[in-house]
Design a protein around this ligand. Structure first.
Ligand SMILES: [Fe+2]
Length: 185
């Protein structure tokens, strides 16, 4: 006889990231409105980084074809870099007094990058999807950077500058691989 664990019904996502409960309202000289704007600008970036991390790993695991070795390694490296940015941004939200990502359903609610649940994706399509996702992410990161600057949060803005640079680096690699596919084959 097999035992199964009944699934809990997923309640509609209603995670409130601001204001934080009293115990989590980190003391700050920022105004409540500034903390709110920063929290609401940065949390979707974190959700997108989670979504991109899983998608990049998905492609790392389900890759096929003649470029397997190169792309398998590239995707792993890019996934590690994406993952590293998550904690950096989440802890910034906490330092300025907001709360951050709580769950997979919270990520699903905030993410703006599409998941890819297709049974098979060609290597070329993987490169194209990831390039477009990085491009999309960079636009949102730049917009959040402006919000942070406007709200006097120079530290988050500064960290975002490094994250934007790394996102653009990954985008550049993917873009050049795409150029090779379009021009030579
Ligand atoms: Fe691996």
């Amino acid at each position: 006889m097999t035992t199964t664990h009944p699934k809990k019904a997923q309640s509609a996502v209603s995670v409130k990231s601001f204001p934080a409960p009293k115990q989590l309202s980190t003391v700050t000289d920022l105004k409540p409105d500034e903390t709110q704007q920063i929290t609401e600008a940065v949390n979707p970036l974190i959700a997108d980084l989670f979504a991109l991390y899983v998608k990049t790993k998905n492609y790392h695991w389900h890759l096929a074809g003649s470029h397997f070795n190169d792309y398998h390694k590239l995707f792993d490296k890019q996934a590690d870099q994406t993952f590293a940015a998550i904690d950096i941004l989440a802890e910034r939200v906490r330092r300025v007094g907001g709360t951050t990502i709580r769950s997979i359903s919270h990520i699903g609610h905030l993410q703006t990058i599409d998941d890819d649940n297709n049974e098979f994706v060609s290597a070329g399509e993987m490169i194209r999807h990831l390039m477009e996702d990085h491009q999309h992410l960079v636009q949102n990161q730049r917009a959040a950077h402006q919000v942070c600057e406007k709200c006097r949060d120079v530290a988050t803005a500064s960290l975002l500058e490094n994250i934007i640079d790394e996102t653009e680096r990954s985008k550049w690699f993917l873009f050049e691989i795409l150029q090779g596919m379009n021009n030579t084959d």
